[in-house]
Structure formats: structure tokens, C-alpha cells
Design a protein around this ligand. Structure first.
Ligand SMILES: Cc1cc2nc3c(=O)[nH]c(=O)nc-3n(C[C@H](O)[C@H](O)[C@H](O)COP(=O)(O)OP(=O)(O)OC[C@H]3O[C@@H](n4cnc5c(N)ncnc54)[C@H](O)[C@@H]3O)c2cc1C
Length: 434
């Protein structure tokens, strides 16, 4: 088995290791900001959230400037698994318990419709991003995992979601591996090439009139009279409305709230494209899969037939060799015919996890918010929150938002929790699948 090149997660040349950067087509190549300009709204961060907001603001007739420190999709949006899921990782009843029934229901309803929003945008805007809508499979790694899925099934059905629980045999037929006790099939969901989707949103925003600037970090964010002023290395944007959408990839800027989340690393490896012979039986309907294990893992195919396996863990730290070795063993355990296959790509990224696993909308001031903490989801939530925040920024009416904004958010013991996640994943991967 040959190993792929791993590139530092903060590297500007991440395209060497990250499959999505290799297969997303041409980058946007948007010019950095030069000079002092005015706009109706300024957005900091060019991931799903910022690009969706830019698109919907521009479509509402607002003059928009989007500032991205590196390139569009540099953060989590260009590194993720590509599972377009409905809802959050937290099941709907827990969301209602945490937020209260009214707000919880509002958030659950908005995120239940997330995949429909994503796939309808892909269709309407003609985004070429390997979109496949054959559902996702949440796979039970144990009997306890299956019990959890049964409970999720009950909760999701109560919401009217088109989900079904597959038994072990049906799961084996859909995945191509007998490794699971069953699986929850969610037909609303699907998979995409996430970076291509993010760039597609950005291009559509530009076509609708938004002005995008790459390699333009916000250095300072401040009130300037009745407006917001965002200062960059070679200029500034003054605007009546502000969205900060930097999630787990925030680069420091004065006046921008310090990150308040637990960074959790997730890595992926990808094989070379499987031959027809090897492909036979592997995910014949191309569902994206993840499991119920405490240290979660995922697998899916891309359009070229590469198999991607991912799990919690960092490819940067001391646990990297265990994570990689585990991924190779996992691949062989799931699909014995693929043991020893060449690996072409390996990369990782940071997830912004909040203590209650709920996203946050932080009020920064008059028509100014920061959105973060999707806690492991983000394609549907980022697109949904971006659209909703756009509606809010137009007139400042908070009722457009999918959950209530807060004035402050603190994350206690973030460093300790981060170490706990990484240590737990390293330990699990050091001994797992042997
Ligand atoms: C490895 C991995 C796997 C995942 N898998 C899935 C999945 O399968 N399905 C799913 O739904 N979600 C998944 N997620 C979560 C999802 O990718 C994120 O929640 C989502 O990308 C967040 O989008 P965003 O736009 O809010 O932030 P990001 O995409 O992180 O974008 C933030 C941007 O802000 C820019 N920025 C930061 N600071 C500044 C500054 N000062 N000035 C200007 N720009 C700045 C950054 O460069 C970055 O491009 C995964 C995440 C990771 C890391």
C-alpha cells in the first residue's frame, strides 16, 4: 500500500493532499481588496455560510462584499466528507430540550429542510459538484448503536421525515459489507463534492452581483458611526450589515470575538479509483455512510469511484501514525478485497464543536452577527443559516433566524476537551480493527 502525501491543514498548498482540491475544477481567483469601499453588507469568511449569505443578499438586491483570508472553501467547507444531512448530529428531541419547544422546533424544521435547500440550489444554479441524492446511511456498529438508531427513527418519524431502519442484511446489500447491525436510511440526504459546491455558491453569488475578495483577511472589525467597518491589509469595507462566518478557521482580527468552541479534528484517506471489478458490491447506490461508534468514522465513494474513509483524529499530531494505520485496517476490515490498495489522498480539518452541540448566532451589534458551531454538520446548516442571516441582514428582523441569537457564548475547558477528543481517538485507533 502506498501512502498519500499529507499536507498541513493550514497550508496554502493543501491541494496536494486534499482530494477535493484536486477534483473541484478551476478556483475562483478573486482579486484581493484594494482601497476603501462602501457596501450594504460585508461578510467575513468564504465557506458555505458566507457564500450562501452572499448569494441570498445579492439576490435580494443588496451590494455585498465578501472577504476571504485565503481562498473560497479553504476552511471546513473544502475539507469535509460531503454528507448532505438533514438536521444536526444531536437528535431532534435533544434540540428541543436544550432550546425549549418553540425555538427547538423552529431550528429542527429549518434543518430538516436543509438538504432540499442544498439540492435545489445545485439544480437552480447548475452547480457541478458530483451531487448524488440517494440518501445517507447511519450505520450501527453494535447492538447499542442499533438501539440508538431505533430511538432516532422514532424521533425523526414524529417529524414526518422519510427515514427507515434497515436490518443487517439490507445494510450489507446497500453498503457491500456485513460489518453493521443495521442502518438508518435517510432519503432526504445525499453526497456532494463539497469544495465544488462551495465554489459554485460563490460563483453564483458573484453572478448575482456580490463582489468577492480572496487573500483578504479581515484585520479589524469596528463600528464606524451607524455602520460596520472591516479593515484589511490594503483597504476597508464600510457597510450597514455584517456577517462573520469563520467557524473553526478564524484568523484573529481585533474586534472579532475570540473563538468559543472545541476544535475537533477529522481526517480522511482516499483510495485510487476502484476498478469495475473491485467496485462490484461496494456502495452500489452510492449512499454516504457514517457510524454510531463513540469515535465516529465515515465512508463514501466519489464520482471517480475512489473510496474515502474518515474518522475523528488529527493527521498533524503525535496520533497521526495510529490514525493512518487504523484507516488502512478499517478499509480492509470493511472491504477485504481492497486490502493493500493504493491510497492517493489524505487530509484533515477542524470541526467547531460547542458544549451543547448546537450552532450559535452571536449578536455583535446593530445588524451584525457571527455564526459558528455546527458541531460536525455544516453543508445543510451553513447553507440554511447563510440564507436566513441574509434575510435578517436586509432589515434587522431577528425572526428570520432559525434560532435565537445570543449576546455572549463561552466554551468552558475547550483545551481540555480538545485533548480528550484527540486522545480518545488516538487510543481507539491504536487498538481498533486489529
Ligand atoms: C473533516 C471534516 C468533515 C466534515 N464532514 C461534514 C459532512 O460530511 N457534512 C456536513 O454537513 N458537514 C461536515 N463538516 C462540517 C462542515 O464542513 C463545516 O461545518 C462547514 O464547512 C462550516 O462552514 P463555514 O462557512 O461556517 O466555515 P468554513 O468553511 O470553515 O469557512 C470559514 C472561512 O473563513 C475564513 N476566515 C477565517 N478568518 C478570517 C478573517 N479574519 N478574514 C477573512 N476570512 C477569514 C477561512 O479562511 C475560511 O475559509 C465537516 C468538517 C470537517 C472539518
Amino acid at each position: 500500500m502506498t501512502s498519500a502525501v499529507v499536507v498541513g491543514e493550514d497550508s496554502d498548498t493543501q491541494d496536494v493532499g486534499n482530494l477535493w482540491w484536486r477534483t473541484a475544477g478551476a478556483p475562483l481567483a478573486a482579486e484581493p481588496l484594494e482601497g476603501n469601499v462602501r457596501a450594504d453588507a460585508v461578510i467575513v469568511g468564504g465557506g458555505f455560510t458566507g457564500c450562501s449569505a452572499a448569494l441570498h443578499l445579492a439576490e435580494a438586491g443588496m451590494a455585498v462584499r465578501l472577504l476571504e483570508a485565503r481562498s473560497i472553501g479553504f476552511g471546513g467547507s473544502g475539507r469535509n466528507v460531503g454528507l448532505v444531512n438533514a438536521g444536526l448530529w444531536l437528535p431532534p428531541e435533544k434540540v428541543e430540550e436544550a432550546l425549549g419547544e418553540a425555538v427547538g422546533r423552529r431550528l429542527n424544521a429549518a434543518l430538516a429542510a436543509g438538504p432540499e435547500l442544498v439540492f435545489s440550489l445545485i439544480g437552480r444554479l447548475g452547480i457541478d459538484c458530483e451531487a448524488t441524492r440517494s440518501g445517507t446511511l447511519h450505520c450501527a456498529h453494535s447492538q447499542g448503536g442499533l438501539d440508538d438508531l431505533n430511538d432516532r427513527l422514532r424521533q425523526l418519524r414524529a417529524q414526518g421525515a422519510p427515514v427507515e431502519l434497515l436490518d443487517a442484511q439490507e445494510t450489507a446489500a446497500r453498503t457491500g459489507t456485513p460489518a453493521f447491525h443495521g442502518a438508518l436510511l435517510d432519503r432526504r440526504a445525499g453526497t456532494i463534492q463539497p469544495l465544488a459546491y462551495c465554489r459554485g455558491l460563490a460563483r453564483a453569488a458573484r453572478d448575482a452581483g456580490a463582489v468577492l475578495h480572496e487573500h483578504t483577511p479581515a484585520l479589524d472589525i469596528a463600528r464606524d458611526g451607524e455602520a460596520w467597518r472591516v479593515t484589511t491589509p490594503d483597504g476597508s469595507v464600510t457597510a450597514g450589515a455584517l456577517l462573520v462566518a469563520v467557524n473553526a478557521y478564524g484568523r484573529p482580527a481585533t474586534g472579532m470575538p475570540a473563538p468559543a468552541y472545541v476544535p475537533v479534528h477529522y481526517f480522511q484517506i482516499a483510495t485510487r479509483p476502484l476498478t469495475d471489478n473491485l467496485r462490484r458490491g461496494v456502495l452500489p447506490e452510492r449512499q454516504g455512510c457514517w457510524d454510531t461508534a463513540p469515535v465516529m468514522s465515515s465512508f463514501r465513494l466519489d464520482a471517480a469511484g475512489r473510496l474515502l474513509v474518515g474518522a475523528v483524529g488529527s493527521l498533524e499530531g503525535p496520533g497521526a501514525r495510529w490514525h493512518r494505520a487504523w484507516a488502512e485496517r478499517k478499509l480492509a476490515a470493511l472491504f477485504p478485497d481492497l486490502a493493500g490498495i493504493d491510497l492517493e489522498h489524505a487530509w484533515c480539518g477542524r470541526i467547531a464543536m460547542t458544549g451543547d452541540h448546537l450552532p450559535k448566532i452571536l449578536r455583535l451589534g446593530e445588524r451584525g452577527v457571527s455564526v459558528f458551531g455546527y458541531s460536525g454538520r455544516g453543508i445543510s446548516p451553513g447553507t440554511t443559516f447563510g440564507k436566513a442571516v441574509a434575510a435578517y441582514l436586509v432589515d434587522g428582523n431577528e425572526r428570520a433566524l432559525p434560532c435565537d441569537p445570543v449576546d455572549a457564548h463561552r466554551e468552558r475547558l475547550a483545551g481540555v476537551k480538545q485533548a480528550y477528543y484527540e486522545f480518545g481517538a488516538s487510543l481507539t485507533h491504536a487498538v481498533g480493527e486489529r
